[in-house]
Design a protein. Structure first.
Length: 366
């Protein structure tokens, strides 16, 4: 297997449209790295440049220590799994999986061995004589993955491979790909717009926005220590709540143009000193907001009276859509009692878990 390094990579399309803007990151040998971001952020274009399906406008891509900018896709020793499976409809599963090896003139015995090993690994051995139209979406995706495995490439590339599957099958295939990575010990780069996929699958995650890298980190560090407001809002489900607050000299924060006052957390009293008299963005995750009755383990609390607008029962928890008057926010609470819409309740913010962001730069204030 091999390392993949992107160094100051740009992709500029016609009319000076910059799709990938000075991207730098390294994928270590045997690492599973996920590229995540909203539609149009440049993640698939970046993957296609690694594969050689798009030309690099500027910068360098290295695979196994060699610059591959001008190396054709077939000579990069990579295998790519596409969103739409890209299977040949007139061929059997066996022939689809064996096709690349046949082109490279591998001996029939070795082709058979590799195909059977991959089919066994993916649980599709009984489908080898079928054609793709006789398979379900999940089975077709396994065939596409199997076609990549038989190549035994240095690097596996996945371009949103689960987006065409239903929710249940997506979870199942997600687990299977993680299991596959653990067995193969392969270098894998995976593109998705789904931050839950990114959080559950990646050793590290590259968050992209408008072609630029926003942050590269482990899932937990991205969640707990976002570098800016975009990362904080993109990672986590439901998304982080944001409110505009004013910082005061007496170490108080006011929300809703002064209607609500809360104490500034101790750890922010120095870092927010330059913002006295100014507005900053206050961020708190839905799971760090509690019904007052269940907040007994919260050490540093802020009480916020809010009206319940909408209730979404999720089984073992509730999503409560709340309003303070001028601000709307979501709380994710565990309770057996479903409050009626329109009721006013007191909620507790866990002030040890809040974040603050500069309103102009959107960078985190620490």
């Amino acid at each position: 297997m091999a390392e993949v390094v992107l160094s100051h990579v740009y992709k500029i399309f016609d009319k000076n449209v910059v799709a990938v803007d000075d991207v730098n990151f390294e994928v270590k040998n045997k690492e599973f790295v996920v590229l995540v971001g909203p539609s149009g952020c440049g993640k698939s274009t970046t993957l296609r440049m690694i594969a050689g399906l798009e030309e690099v406008s500027e910068g360098g891509i290295h695979i196994d220590g060699k610059v591959v900018n001008d190396v054709p896709p077939k000579d990069r020793d990579i295998a790519m799994v596409f969103q739409n499976y890209a299977l040949y409809p007139h061929m059997t599963v066996y022939d689809n999986m064996a096709f690349g090896l046949k082109l490279r003139k591998y001996p029939k015995k070795e082709i058979k061995q590799r195909v059977f090993e991959a089919a066994e690994l993916l649980g599709i051995k009984e489908y080898l004589d079928r054609k793709p139209k006789a398979l379900s979406g999940g089975q077709r995706q396994r065939v596409a993955v199997g076609r990549a495995i038989v190549r035994k490439p240095k690097v596996f590339l996945f371009d949103e491979p689960l987006s065409n599957l239903d929710a249940k099958l997506r979870v199942q295939m997600r687990t299977e790909i993680i299991r596959l990575h653990n067995r193969l010990k392969a270098t894998m780069i995976y593109v998705t717009h789904d931050q839950i996929e990114a959080m559950t699958m990646g050793d590290r995650i590259v968050v992209l926005r408008d072609g630029k890298v926003q942050q590269i980190d482990t899932p937990l560090r991205l969640y707990n220590h976002p570098r800016n407001k975009f990362v904080a809002g993109f990672i986590g489900s439901p998304a982080m709540n944001f409110m505009e607050v004013t910082v005061h000299k007496n170490k108080k924060l006011t929300i809703d143009e002064g209607r609500l006052k809360i104490e500034l957390p101790e750890k922010f009293k120095t870092s927010l000193e330059p913002y006295v008299g100014k507005k900053v963005t206050f961020g708190i995750r839905p799971e760090d907001i509690y019904d007052r009755e269940t907040a007994y383990n919260v050490k540093h609390k802020a009480l916020i009276k809010s009206k319940v607008d909408v209730v979404e029962p999720m089984g073992n928890e509730l999503y409560l859509y709340l309003t303070t008057g001028l601000n709307n926010y979501i709380a994710r609470v565990e309770t057996d009692v479903i409050p009626p819409s329109g009721i006013e309740m007191e909620f507790v913010f866990n002030m040890d878990k809040v974040h603050f962001f500069d309103n102009e730069t959107e960078e985190i204030i620490e």
